[in-house]
Design a protein around this ligand. Structure first.
Ligand SMILES: [Cu+2]
Length: 94
């Protein structure tokens, strides 16, 4: 019984830790004018779980903060691709 309680307490403590905010940097090579980052940002904003988005036209990169319990890098890549801007993950940091 004691062991069961300990396990229950542990799962309660651990569960929220799985839902962490992650940051991923996407390379978006097709961004070539000032309007492109707006389109990319709009597409990423629509993804549930996405927080702060920072699109850099000069570097052709989009840095996205997201809740990893709600979305993931693949979903983000699909969102930019659906908007006409295929992207690849260039770096991820926690
Ligand atoms: Cu453009």
């Amino acid at each position: 019984m004691k062991k069961l309680l300990a396990m229950a307490a542990l799962s309660v403590c651990v569960a929220p830790l799985w839902a962490a905010t992650q940051t991923v940097t996407l390379s978006v090579p097709d961004m070539n004018c000032a309007a492109c980052p707006i389109t990319v940002k709009k597409a990423l904003t629509k993804v549930p779980g996405v927080g702060k988005i920072d699109v850099n036209l000069a570097r052709r990169e989009a840095t996205v903060m997201f809740d990893d319990a709600k979305t993931n890098a693949d979903v983000l890549k699909r969102a930019t691709k659906d908007a006409g801007y295929p992207s690849t993950v260039v770096g991820a940091a926690k």
